[in-house]
Design a protein around this ligand. Structure first.
Ligand code: CMP
Length: 144
């Protein structure tokens, strides 16, 4: 099924200047970027985005990290994009993520796991609307 996922390179990806390498993985797989922007997430947006983790012991660290420097937010579209992107991204803990995945190849630390990707259609819808207005999403045909 054609799906859109919310994908965000976190501050460590931007700081380490590996955004291009990461983006290439999605593009080369055949997925389509339909929205993208660099933004410095403020505290309110961070707390809303990570609301489900508000009771976790790492919540404050997570919010202060994600607001520390700009992130690169995207909407990526494709056939079964949500689960496919989770596969390309790898396990949440970079030490457990398979080599060949983004986290497996570029990260070592749970709190600095490089990238976020929606885990379900409901989260994708919620996260996309949190970060993008309808008119920032560009639907376009890829030539055959
Ligand atoms: P993400 O997929 O963006 O969603 C929630 C984030 O919380 C996760 O990536 C990690 O960066 C972070 N996280 C999850 N578990 C822990 C943990 N045990 N310690 C620190 N950070 C965590």
């Amino acid at each position: 099924m054609m799906e859109k996922s919310f994908v965000m390179m976190k501050p460590d990806a931007v700081q380490r200047r590996i955004m291009g390498k990461i983006l290439t993985r999605f593009e080369e797989k055949g997925l389509q970027v339909v929205a993208a922007k660099l933004l410095k997430i403020d505290e309110d947006l961070a707390k809303e985005h990570y609301g489900e983790h508000s009771e976790k012991p790492f919540f404050n660290d997570l919010v202060s990290y994600i607001t520390s420097s700009p992130s690169f937010a995207m909407v990526i579209k494709g056939d079964d994009a949500i689960s496919l992107i989770r596969k390309i991204v790898g396990a949440t803990n970079p030490k457990e993520a398979d080599l060949g995945t983004i986290r497996g190849d570029f990260a070592m630390d749970m709190g600095r796991n490089i990238i976020h990707a929606s885990d379900s259609p409901a989260s994708a819808e919620r996260e996309i609307s949190l970060f993008f207005n309808e008119d920032e999403i560009c639907e376009y045909k890829i030539a055959d």
